[in-house]
Design a protein around this ligand. Structure first.
Ligand code: GTP
Ligand code: MG
Length: 439
């Protein structure tokens, strides 16, 4: 039996003097898309500008009363709040409004929970859920006792709560440990694949990251017009021409006010982006708020960086190629590009839809391939390395860390032609090995 579809009512409460009306509406639109992705119907929305949230209800008393009337009239079964509610505010609102109240974080957690496929994503979501649950445990208990009439749950009492809290804390530390193991495993895998340069596709959710990977690789990768279609990283090796290859990794999308539990849990996934040689930042150029979305992605990436482990080269600024995607939906793509290039000089206009009314067939995908080729050449120059015949250790190291194309023995020296990372070239030179960069 299908559960009845929730009838969701959206509520925003921006601070006075912060966002403009269009922006507030846009934020509620996004909450609506989240609700839709989670499977709810949207029956209405409202917002109130507030000085500051009240400790008991977030909103003012008057607005809460008004809301109650509206909810009754349109038969809402669920209220979705665009702001983070404290456990107390959540409980109080549910009591007064007599419907379930969820905040943005809960909706996002719910979507992630239903969409997690890989073992790693499931672990990450479970961890985020437990972290979110911990301070709200009392509220959950009142929930249960109300729904089940209290039988079997009567007077859970502090002892039971404390036992539960302890159990959850234990579970949290087990999950953290398992995720660390996954992260180590990934780091090892990356180590073994250094020969090929890597790029991570990052960007706001629904910008078209998976579509770009699909267009470049020709593989049938899951794409959907819903938020958070991708939760698992997916890596494909892509031919970028002239014998160069790039390892591209699709990553989970960002969204405004992403719950920090989730960001923290998806650290291993974000690490993939941090370890990449290059970032492809995919932007939905047709979205009215694309600039705000770029800002969200960049600030989340900066935050994540602060929380991740250090590794070689983390202090340098990573190369970013900005992809202005969904160009087919722009009225005048060229004018848009000209304007945007002032700020993002190397931006590429892309469209991943095979054909469109404007006849921009896979616009920019070849240009992107070319940009990747140029980067690959710079990141992994072709070099000729002269290795003394007896130096088996160095030969083995080259086969491990570089992409060896050719090997020939001349007068007691092995001439190895290989694509080699710049850092490795420097190291070889310092060891007194003869190295020559191919033109
Ligand atoms: N018109 C148009 N639609 C596009 C383009 N690229 C992607 N889309 C559509 O945008 C939606 C989202 O695409 P995805 O590739 O799933 O986006 P994503 O960034 O991977 O999204 P998440 O994984 O959910 O974060 C899909 O419906 C795509 O068909 C484009 O160039 N033009
Ligand atoms: Mg995706």
């Amino acid at each position: 039996m299908q559960p009845p579809v929730e009838r969701a009512f959206l509520v925003g409460a921006p601070r006075k003097g912060t966002a403009e009306a269009t922006q507030v509406e846009e934020h509620l639109d996004e909450l609506g898309r989240l609700a839709d992705t989670a499977g709810a119907d949207i029956v209405g929305r409202t917002y109130q500008r507030i000085e500051a949230p009240t400790p008991n209800f977030y909103l003012g008393q008057g607005k809460v009363e008004e809301l109650k009337g509206v909810l009754n009239r349109n038969g809402s079964t669920l209220v979705l709040f665009d702001e983070p509610l404290s456990p107390v505010q959540g409980t109080n609102l549910e009591q007064v409004l007599a419907v379930r109240v969820m905040d943005r974080t809960e909706v996002i957690l719910d979507i992630f929970a239903t969409r997690a496929r890989s073992a790693e994503a499931k672990l990450q979501v479970e961890l985020a859920q437990l972290e979110y649950l911990l301070p709200r445990l009392t509220r959950m208990w009142t929930h249960l006792s109300r729904i089940r009439g209290g039988i079997g749950l009567r007077g859970p009492g502090e002892t039971q709560l404390e036992t539960d809290r302890r159990a959850i804390r234990r579970k949290i530390s087990v999950l953290k440990k398992r995720l660390e193991d996954v992260a180590d495993h990934r780091a090892n895998q990356r180590q073994g694949r250094r020969a090929c340069p890597s790029a991570a596709l990052v960007g706001y959710t629904n910008a078209g990251k998976s579509s770009v990977l699909r267009a470049l690789s020709g593989d049938d990768i899951f794409v959907e017009d819903r938020l958070f279609a991708t939760l698992d990283t997916l890596t494909r090796e892509v031919d970028v021409g002239d014998g160069y290859r790039f390892r591209l990794t699709d990553t989970v999308g960002f969204i405004r006010k992403l719950p920090h539990h989730l960001v923290a849990s998806f650290r291993a996934t974000l690490e993939e982006a941090r370890a990449a040689d290059l970032l492809l930042h995919v932007i939905d150029a047709s979205h009215p708020a694309w600039e705000e979305q770029v800002e969200v992605v960049e600030s989340e990436m900066r935050n994540a960086e602060g929380g991740t482990r250090n590794s070689r080269g983390s202090s340098e600024r990573k190369r970013v190629i900005y992809l202005l995607n969904k160009a087919d939906l722009l009225p005048d793509p060229e004018a848009f590009l000209a304007q945007v290039r002032e700020r993002y000089p190397h931006a590429v206009l892309t469209s991943t839809v095979p054909t469109s009314a404007l006849q921009v067939r896979r616009l920019g995908v070849e240009e992107l391939r070319h940009a990747l080729r140029t980067s690959a050449q710079a990141l992994r120059p072709m070099a000729c390395i002269r290795v003394p015949v007896g130096d088996g250790k160095l030969l083995a190291a080259l086969h491990r860390d570089a992409e060896v194309m050719q090997e020939a023995q001349v007068d007691g020296v092995v001439e190895v032609t290989a694509r080699v990372e710049a850092w490795l070239l420097g190291k070889l030179r310092r060891q007194g090995i003869e190295v020559e960069i191919a033109p």
